[in-house]
Ligand binder design. Structure first.
Ligand code: PAF
Length: 281
């Protein structure tokens, strides 16, 4: 039975009764197989798994999709139950941001390029809520998906810089059969857009093939991705990038093993992101 916890005080009380190692999976809900894979990993590695469902207003810009972000609490609770999750924290906005709340966790260089450049304030919102959730849940390990590669880099930076006593685990992106990375935002796509959305993975795969073929110039790899995207009429790229996987500094010369190819593309009014770590084999 997944125990539902509504407030930070309820989580603390539950933790006082459950003192062993906890694996924690923070989410914004509308759970898909990518989330559930993280839950199962947390459960098998830590023995006790805790999730959170919270659509965090702090990480959405004024023109973004906070209001229409998909929510499906009852279905999510059933999925958590079947994944064997022990407890789920479902706070309301006022539980995490009561009147007078006035602190932000600002991360430096890692939060500036890519998503940070297009979505000002986004990573301060992510870092702030994640640090709060970690302080409340006090897990041994916290689990995140590689699909949000920059988020993972930002969270690792926060954990390192602020001496948060836990291990950050990043799990591989879970994809649909045609390569589209699973994301709650895929639910916005109409049928034609859903077909067009495969262009993200096709562009990344083209960069990967080029890299494996020995052409490793960062700018050339970006051009290859842009070329594939330009053949899809419904796709409007925000950026394509080949960057250092730890610093996210853009690579203009030769990209090394493990370089991060990433992109953000609008398909109609839906903005999708994806990435691949470039490896030679
Ligand atoms: O990746 C997400 O779903 C969110 O950014 C997170 C980590 C739950 C913080 O709100």
């Amino acid at each position: 039975m997944t125990r539902r916890l509504l407030t930070p005080a309820e989580v603390r009380a539950w933790r006082a009764q459950n003192v062993g190692p906890v694996g924690f999976v923070p989410t914004m809900g509308f759970l898909h197989e990518g989330h559930l894979a993280l839950m199962r990993q947390a459960k098998s590695e830590c023995g006790t798994a805790v999730a959170s469902l919270f659509v965090n207003p702090l990480q959405f810009g004024p023109d973004e999709d906070f209001g229409r972000y998909p929510r499906a609490l009852e279905a999510d609770l059933a999925k958590l139950e079947s994944a064997g999750v022990d407890a789920v924290f479902t706070p309301g906005v006022a539980d995490l941001y009561p009147a007078g709340f006035d602190t932000r966790v600002e991360v430096g260089a890692a939060a500036s390029p890519l998503e940070g450049a297009v979505r000002p304030g986004h990573f301060a919102g992510v870092a702030t809520v994640v640090l709060k959730l970690l302080n409340i849940v006090q897990p041994r390990r916290a689990y995140f998906g590689q699909k949000d590669a920059q988020q993972c880099v930002v969270i690792r930076q926060v954990v390192r810089d602020l001496d948060v006593p836990l291990e950050v685990v990043v799990a591989p992106t879970v994809r649909e059969a045609d390569g589209l990375a699973m994301s709650s935002r895929n639910s916005y796509l109409g049928p034609e857009e859903r077909t067009a959305a495969t262009v993200l993975f096709r562009a990344l795969s083209a960069a990967e093939r080029t890299f494996r073929g020995g052409a490793r110039d960062g700018e050339g790899l970006c051009r290859r991705m842009a070329e594939v995207l330009s053949a899809e009429p419904l796709a409007r790229p925000d950026y394509v990038s080949v960057a250092h996987p730890d610093t996210l500094a853009e690579i203009s010369g030769e990209a090394g093993e493990g370089a991060l190819a990433s992109l953000a593309v609008r398909i109609g009014s839906t903005r999708l992101i994806d990435n691949l770590v470039l490896r030679s084999g």
